[in-house]
Design a protein around this ligand. Structure first.
Ligand code: CU
Length: 267
């Protein structure tokens, strides 16, 4: 129904609602554009100099333009109160519980996305700013904490299982970044000092999307959507959506690999 918008292919469960809203906004804005444009042309013709050689200090006494402006305000209020706010409220209210979702912490920094998984035990390990090292430990994860031994951290690589709710807890180290994945119809600012949760359900695996789009190199991309500094344009992350089994395999393998590397850094 919203193909005419030319949006990126849709790959999240709630995305249809967003697309409908975008569609309605375009329709209303088109009506406004034509209306205002028509009014503008009418005013140019109606008040042209040859018809009004002498300035008229009384001006227009009709209230029609006032009614028009009220009409425009009503349409905009309908968009906001009738569509946008209820959709947003429903999204925020329906946040799944952490036990039924995959929770991932995503921390923006200039200019990368640090991804942190709790690992097979489902518990995030302790982080400590004293352990923070931009090259080897950009999140300051404490591998000596029992909850942290199986944790997984990656830079710019977000792996997700298909058809399972994902809660992304967004944070930022220094400036405002924004986590945007167009195909998932999510975009949320990451603000220093705050942890902001967002959620969505990916519905199409990367492999399936490659077949669908006919593009063998297709990648979901996390685009930083707030100008955050000189390297903003290269602040790109990638999302790989896998089947539940593939994801579990990746989680187990990567967890073991990283725990091994942490136990024996000189290996
Ligand atoms: Cu950024």
């Amino acid at each position: 129904m919203t193909e005419w918008l030319g949006l990126p292919p849709l790959a999240a469960a709630h995305g249809g609602q967003i697309d409908n809203l975008i569609g309605w906004i375009h329709i209303f804005m088109l009506i406004l554009f034509v209306g205002w444009g028509g009014f503008f042309l009418y005013a140019i013709a109606r008040f042209r100099q040859s018809r009004n050689p002498v300035a008229d200090y009384t001006g227009v006494t009709s209230h029609r333009s006032t009614y028009l402006e009220i009409g425009v305000a009503v349409v905009e209020a309908i968009l906001l109160i009738g569509f946008a706010i209820p959709l947003w409220a429903a999204r925020v209210d329906a946040m799944p519980s952490e036990s039924e979702a995959l929770v991932v912490q995503v921390t923006g920094e200039q200019f990368a996305w640090n991804i942190h998984y709790a690992g097979p035990d489902g518990k995030f390990g302790r982080t400590d700013i004293k352990l923070l090292d931009l090259q080897s430990n950009p999140l300051g994860l404490d591998r000596s904490d029992p909850a942290g031994q199986d944790d997984i951290t990656t830079v710019n690589q977000l792996y997700l299982p298909v058809n399972k709710p994902v809660i992304v807890k967004l944070r930022s180290k220094e400036v405002i970044h924004s986590f945007g994945v167009p195909e998932f119809r999510v975009k949320q600012d990451a603000i220093p000092g705050l942890t902001i949760p967002i959620w969505f359900v990916p519905t199409v695996t990367t492999a399936e999307m490659r077949t669908r789009t006919g593009n063998a190199e297709f990648q979901y991309e996390i685009a930083c959507a707030q100008l955050c500094g000189l390297g903003h344009a290269r602040m790109r992350g990638f999302v790989t959506v896998q089947t539940a089994d593939e994801f579990q395999q990746w989680l187990d393998d990567t967890s073991k690999e990283q725990a091994g590397a942490a136990a024996d850094p000189f290996r």
